[in-house]
Design a binder for this molecule. Structure first.
Ligand SMILES: *Cc1c(COP(=O)(O)O)cnc(C)c1O
Length: 415
């Protein structure tokens, strides 16, 4: 029996439509991915019924013996994955995880030094529109015109600002982070070093990107981006005193009952990340992003920093007669989903931008390799070369729909 189809046809039909969209278009938003079918099963399970405020063996509700085991397995697996000693797997999202980190370790009006939103940082790194920029004093470092962090400048800012916490991590940066150098900077001014690896966690787990441990005092990540797990957050540390504060900040500080279905799904996802195959997958994610960058350059499109060390490429359209917004819309019409993004030296507004952020994780999860990415990169350039050609966009959309049929992950939308 299909319960949803019978009881709520409106939502059922919309989920079907979204499944078609996910299957027929090319998802290249760098923060998105296709999770494992086993993760979706755990998410859709009866665990959503259970209240389990507190932590394993220390709950405020009865009947927690099985969810205790599930949460403990999630904790043990994620610790192994990132080679650290303590973990909290309850944050409902990456932003909630970051909120808990600040509220555990800072007082209101303490100082955050993070990467500027327009230079690749995240809202939760102190942006004024985020609670993190209202409750704390926030200061920012950025990237140079070459698209790279200048660590001497970060050091200089840190000495001037004397932040309580330094955030290293990003949503749009194409190079490796020097966590060791960040720690030296933090130590030199007595700041806590907070690594937010939301975007790169899957690569770290596959040993294809530097591990923030042992350099960071505290680390947060999402579980749904390169990690390919369910939507959610995690906080990690090697410091017992810090994790005790974090545990109190997550519950009862900013959350109530943990989402036990999501925690089970996190455990399942971490189980996949721990398999030997994950390393090859993470390697493929990087190789695919590299090919995208190479073809773009070959076809006359600049990319920020001239290449990539991770899962994303930032196309620089400053010298083109169209904006990031125009490019985003044209590609969307052609069945390729990306997002507009600011680039270093951008003169257009954050709503228009002169860049595109293009990621490889989701299509790599669908089984695509260098050959397919080469085809896609050329399609992207064809569309941009002829940005006002609506017929070409429509034709490409059909071609892409056919091309995608061999790379399906899910047998159906609801299971
Ligand atoms: C995505 C992201 C987050 C927030 O994650 P949500 O689950 O969307 O709240 C935090 N930090 C960074 C660097 C991110 O890229």
């Amino acid at each position: 029996m299909n319960y949803l189809e019978e009881t709520d046809k409106v939502i059922f039909d919309l989920i079907q439509k979204e499944w078609n969209r996910q299957s027929d278009c090319l998802e290249m938003i760098a923060s998105e991915n296709f999770t494992f079918p086993s993760v979706i099963e755990a998410l859709g399970s009866i665990l959503t019924n259970k209240y389990a405020e507190g932590y394993p063996k220390k709950r405020y509700y009865g009947g927690c013996e099985f969810v205790d085991e599930i949460e403990q397995i999630a904790i043990d697996r994620v610790k192994k994955l990132f080679n650290c000693e303590f973990a909290n797997v309850q944050p409902h999202s990456g932003s909630q995880a970051n909120g808990a980190v600040y509220s555990a370790l800072l007082k209101p009006y303490d100082k955050i030094l993070g990467m500027h939103l327009n230079h690749g940082g995240h809202l939760t790194h102190g942006a004024k529109v985020s609670i993190t920029g209202k409750m704390y004093q926030s200061f920012f470092y950025g990237v140079e015109l070459d698209g790279r962090i200048n660590y001497d400048k970060v050091q200089e800012y840190a000495e001037l600002i004397k932040p309580n916490i330094i955030v290293c991590g990003f949503s749009a940066y194409t190079r490796e982070l020097d966590f060791k150098r960040f720690r030296e900077i933090a130590d030199s001014v007595g700041a806590i070093l907070f690594g937010d690896i939301a975007h790169i966690a899957g690569l770290v787990a596959g040993e294809q990107y530097p591990n923030p441990f042992p350099h960071c005092h505290i680390v947060s990540t999402t579980t749904h981006k390169t990690l390919r797990g369910p939507r959610g957050g995690v906080i990690l540390s090697n410091d017992e005193e810090i994790i005790n504060k974090i545990n109190k900040a997550v519950f009862p500080g900013i959350q109530g009952g943990p989402l036990m279905n999501v925690i089970a799904a996190k455990a399942v996802g971490f189980g996949e990340n721990l398999k030997p195959e994950w390393k090859a997958h993470a390697k493929q994610v990087k190789a695919n992003a590299k090919i995208l960058g190479e073809i773009f350059v070959k076809r006359g499109y600049d990319i920020v920093s001239g290449g990539t060390d991770n899962h994303l490429v930032l196309m620089n359209l400053i010298n083109k007669p169209f904006s990031g917004k125009d490019a985003d819309a044209a590609l969307e019409n052609a069945g390729i989903t990306v997002n507009k993004n600011m680039v270093p030296g951008d003169t257009r507004s954050p709503f228009i931008t002169s860049g595109l952020r293009i990621g490889s994780p989701a299509l790599t999860s669908r089984g695509m390799k260098e050959k397919e990415f080469e085809y896609i990169a050329n399609k992207i350039c064809d569309i941009l070369d002829n940005i006002s050609d609506i017929n070409l966009q429509e034709k490409t959309r059909q071609e892409i729909k056919e091309f995608s049929q061999d790379f399906r992950i899910y047998p159906k939308a609801i299971f």
